[in-house]
Design a protein around this ligand. Sequence first.
Ligand code: UD1
Ligand code: CA
Length: 462
Amino acid sequence: MNTSASAPPLSVVILAAGEGKRMKSRLPKVLQPLAARPLLAHVIAAARALAPARIHIVHGHGGEQVRAVFTDPALNWVHQAEQLGTGHALQQAAPHIADGEVVLVLYGDVPLLRPATLARLVDIAAGGELALLTMRPGDPGGYGRIVRDATGKVARIVEQKDASSEELRIGECNTGVLAAPAGRLKSWLASLCNDNAQREYYLTDVIGLAVRSGVAVTPVQLADPIEALGVNDKIQLAELEAVLRRNAALELMRAGVTVADPLRLDVRGEVMHGQDVSLDVNVILEGRVVLGDRVRIGAGCIVRDSEIGDDTELFPYSVLDGAVVGAEARIGPFSRVRPTTRLADGVHIGNFVEVKNSTLGEESKANHLSYVGDAEVGARVNVGAGTIIANYDGANKHRTHIGAGAHTGSNSVLVAPITVGEGATIAAGSTVTREVPAGKLTIARARQVTLEGWQRPVKPKK
Ligand code: UD1
Ligand code: CA
């Protein structure tokens, strides 16, 4: 896109200074999460896909909070101190843009635009025209209307609040997105005035100015207005989430993934997968998720930033976060695997087991009610039911090493730092605080005694 050698440099300007009052939130509107990423991140991603020379972001309300989230030094932040309208917002960015460039204007709260749509606008503007993205929404209420002249050419845009009753009947609406040659656009911006119903400097007035100066205005009408949907409140946010949810599920199914119910799958990120993967209901995949061939994910599982090897199965209600899991492993139901955990091939993690920042070797098992934290566990280790690794002394985390083939008895506590030798067995109920030697049984609990002649106290009779 925008690849031809002669194409002028592209500046994308994202208008994002609005307050977003209707969100009723302390979080600025453009930081509200959609598919687990801020709204503005979606817009920046669409802009980046065009390989622009610069991305300028006009910010105002909650500006510092917004900037802190986007640390890419290539982004040019432009402050709009007072929100005097979309035209005024673009004026703030104008000094940062050279006349020979093409400008594409996007909104921070319109996150679903496809790069292919934007590239069409940029191509038109590179040819010296003003490209305007329009749509025919089911309900045009609130949008600026596209006014055409007697010959059908775009003449100007009239905002809802300034429109006559006749103009309000126009079904073609302004998406707000446009592209234009920078030099011309800057001269039109400089002549905007605010004598309108909202006392604002309207960006939309540049359309009429372009027509008057003899520059062709070329409308590009969206086949599906969904692409240009904006987010003003939590209801619209949920509507867009539903659109993304559906698109992601369709894409996975087209690629061969079995999805139990596309309405009950949430993909909030990027999924790479092999063949014959199946996802049961209410699965959430977040961040970057890699699934091997024949991976099965049970109902209610959440998988975030994790890799899962071939033939591994997650049983219901398990949470994987930042984990790398080998092939033929079995996890859950009700397991929690936390960041920087690596589970080798054939590992079993069972119900109510939490694993954090640990490595488990091939075919090791922790099947019931355990905590494995900050541990290096060898192959074929059996972590007995209720085993707890006490990794934290209140100030520091300590590591535990468990050699291959070791067995920890039920309800044992391993106080870290500690090393358990290969093939060691720890007796049930032990609390071990020192090295556990390889190949032997270690018992660290009080001996069982039975008191002969002991009598249970008896209540005095009245
Ligand atoms: C705008 C268009 C309207 C179009 C609609 C599409 C104008 C005058 N009207 O109306 O024709 O149908 O979008 O959604 O352009 N912003 C700033 N600074 C400001 C004002 C706005 O950065 O001073 C930003 C907002 O954060 C938002 C975008 O510009 O991202 C649009 O502003 P908004 O107030 O929502 O415009 P609308 O009145 O909806
Ligand atoms: Ca709006």
